[in-house]
Design a protein around this ligand. Structure first.
Ligand code: NDP
Ligand code: 8X3
Length: 259
């Protein structure tokens, strides 16, 4: 039987945009109470207002930069008593920067990707999973990528961070064996969000060209996939889901009808 999310506490990192925002809507509709984490407070507040009005959802905002270890630990330790039992952690915050060659790219860009996509995910996991183990209940969903499976030109550091997410997901599952806590790694292909605007630092034309002439996945497609994994019966652990648009078959094979 599918698990009910009514009154379950779901913490979503990167809730201010894209896949994280869609997850917030899907999980609110399913009856969960939500901890919405990201750096942009005004986006989180607008989402919280929408979720309250549409689904009467309870929300708590967590304005935190996941790169900042101390800020993550302090934020999680400081959760109000009613919000301390996180049942589902969705480690979604992440980004790519640029498409330069590995031997020419900005070292600062590498550090931002590594600090966010790997270390930020680890800090959240380290802060929250011990409570899940103690309470005998929990599910960690990590957002990996097709980029973990195939490396593409100019993407080597981003791809390496998503390969790390794959290894960390597998390792966490191994380390949690014997507990009821579940681990899922979701690996999407092209999803149209702010992802490419962030990668190309606000160059909208270049960002739009990534999805030109094809029908990409939507953030709702990924939220729906995550909701499926989380609501399976307690004895079922969906370890990995690799999901691509019908118009994509690998990182370098995309069908573009109008190009
Ligand atoms: P968006 O850019 O739309 O959303 C990224 C989210 O991450 C934002 O809410 C942003 O919030 C948050 N974030 C980024 N850096 C930090 C930080 N240092 N601290 C806290 N939050 C942060 O992109 P997507 O929704 O597409 O990306 C979500 C995840 O999906 C990422 O891990 C990405 O790698 C992955 N992914 C995306 C794919 C795609 O094609 N779009 C495909 C495969 C995987 P804020 O800026 O407010 O802090
Ligand atoms: C995001 C998808 O193909 O740009 O992880 O790496 S891709």
């Amino acid at each position: 039987m599918a698990i009910s999310l009514t009154n379950q506490c779901v913490l979503i990192t990167g809730a201010s945009s894209g896949i994280g925002t869609s997850c917030a809507r899907f999980f609110a509709q399913a009856g969960a109470k939500l901890i919405l984490a990201a750096r942009r407070k005004e986006k989180l507040q607008a989402l919280a207002d929408e979720l309250q009005q549409t689904y009467q959802a309870q929300t708590l905002l967590l304005c935190v930069d996941v790169q900042d270890r101390q800020a993550v630990m302090t934020a999680i330790e400081g959760l109000p008593p009613d919000w301390q039992s996180v049942d589902v952690l969705i480690n979604n915050a992440g980004l790519s920067r640029g498409l330069e060659k590995q031997y020419e790219a900005s070292i600062q860009d590498w550090e931002e990707m590594i600090d966010t996509n790997i270390k930020g995910l680890l800090y959240m996991t380290r802060a929250i999973v011990p409570g899940m183990v103690t309470r005998g209940q929990g599910h960690v969903v990590n957002i990996g990528s097709i980029a973990a499976r195939q490396t593409y030109a100019g993407g080597s550091v981003y791809c390496a961070t998503k390969s790390a997410v794959k290894a960390l997901s597998e390792g966490l599952k191994i380390d949690l064996l014997g507990t009821p806590v579940r681990v899922t790694n979701i690996e999407p292909g092209l999803v149209e969000t702010e992802f490419s605007n962030v990668r190309f630092r606000g160059d909208d034309d270049r960002a739009k060209s990534v999805y030109k002439g094809m029908t990409p996945l939507t953030p709702d497609d990924i939220a729906d996939t995550i909701l499926y994994a989380v609501t399976r019966p307690a004895h079922v652990n969906i370890s990995e889901i690799f999901v691509m648009a019908t118009d994509q078959s690998s990182v370098s094979h995309v069908h573009r009808s109008s190009v």
